[in-house]
Design a protein around this ligand. Structure first.
Ligand code: NAD
Length: 288
């Protein structure tokens, strides 16, 4: 069997088109373009690529974007005051602090993230937004799992009553993914590095999400025939070669549907960021 290929581009374009339509409607109604500020500290090359992609996506969708590039030796207080300024800036509806931070600032990561106004927290990392997700209240949610959920919805994949297994329990992917799947009435199991006999758990999954960070970690014998396999992993195994957490070539013969890497979930993450910026602008307006 060869699985249905869930290509990120198709779903990402649909998400961006919708975000673009809502951004235009927002501008027409309130005379302001929804705006994103991305703060980048230091010169990490991968982060620079990510920030460039975000800026291009903003241009494509029709959002205002501002990049705040700071040197690696930026003092902690300076970064906090820049966040405060962006919190107060009416042109900015979403603020994103590009991670990882340089070594000297890294220990304060949570302090910076928590300083972002929850209403502008388009990464969905602020404890207020995490809490809202836990109790099922509307809020801003992390882009990667939100993108996976949107893809499942757009692909017409039924979640209600299904067994979903998430491998990985990080705050940015595994845990929010678990909560979002549970909200859609899946029976969710979360696996992690201490899980015993992982294949016996993953083989029960109708929907299997891999967010581990290990190349080819999910092998064909770990997958139930016909399962939907979502590969969140991004692993660089050579200078120009990215692979996911799933052994794609073997698993596609067993799964019913599968996301590729590259060209899968990564594209959805940026698309959902655009959606979150527009949503943040709409929510801020509604709360005025
Ligand atoms: P993380 O390192 O924070 O978490 C990895 C998780 O995997 C941990 O919870 C750990 O318990 C689990 N794990 C490790 N070894 C395991 C094992 N042997 N068995 C079972 N579980 C095990 O990583 P993360 O931030 O959640 O990211 C995971 C992957 O997703 C990475 O490859 C990352 O690059 C990628 N990622 C992709 C996107 C995207 O846009 N596509 C976004 C975020 C992260």
């Amino acid at each position: 069997m060869t699985a249905r290929l869930l290509e990120g581009k198709f779903f990402a374009n649909a998400i961006k088109e919708e975000a673009g339509r809502r951004a235009a409607a927002f501008e027409e109604k309130y005379g302001v373009v929804p705006g994103l500020a991305v703060i980048i500290v230091g010169e990490d090359p991968a982060s620079q690529v990510y920030v460039r992609n975000k800026r291009r996506s903003c241009e494509k969708v029709g959002l205002y974007s501002r990049e705040v590039a700071l040197p690696a030796d930026t003092p902690k207080e300076k970064l906090l005051s820049i966040i405060d300024e962006l919190n107060a800036d009416p042109k900015i509806h979403g603020i994103l602090l590009q991670l990882p931070l340089p070594k000297a600032l890294d220990p304060y990561e949570n302090e910076f993230l928590n300083r972002i106004d929850p209403a502008k927290d388009v990464d969905g990392f602020h404890p207020v937004n995490v809490g809202r997700l836990v109790i099922g209240e509307p809020g801003l949610t992390p882009c990667t799992p939100a993108g996976c959920m949107k893809m499942l919805e757009l692909a017409g994949i039924d979640i209600d009553g299904k067994n979903a297994v998430v491998i990985g329990r990080s705050n940015i992917v595994g845990k929010p993914m678990m909560l979002m799947l549970m909200k859609k009435n899946a029976t969710v199991t979360v696996c992690h590095s201490h899980t015993q006999d992982l294949p016996s758990v993953t083989r029960r999954a109708d929907i299997l999400v891999a967010a581990v960070g290990r190349p080819h970690f999910v092998t064909a014998d770990m997958v139930k025939p016909g399962a939907v396999v979502i590969d969140v992993g991004i692993n660089r195994i050579a200078p120009k070669k990215l692979v996911g957490d799933v052994d794609f070539d073997a698993v596609k013969e067993v799964a019913g549907a599968i996301t590729p890497v590259p060209g899968g979930v990564g594209l959805l993450t940026v698309a959902m960021l655009m959606d979150n910026v527009v949503r943040a602008a709409e929510m801020q307006q509604n709360n005025k």
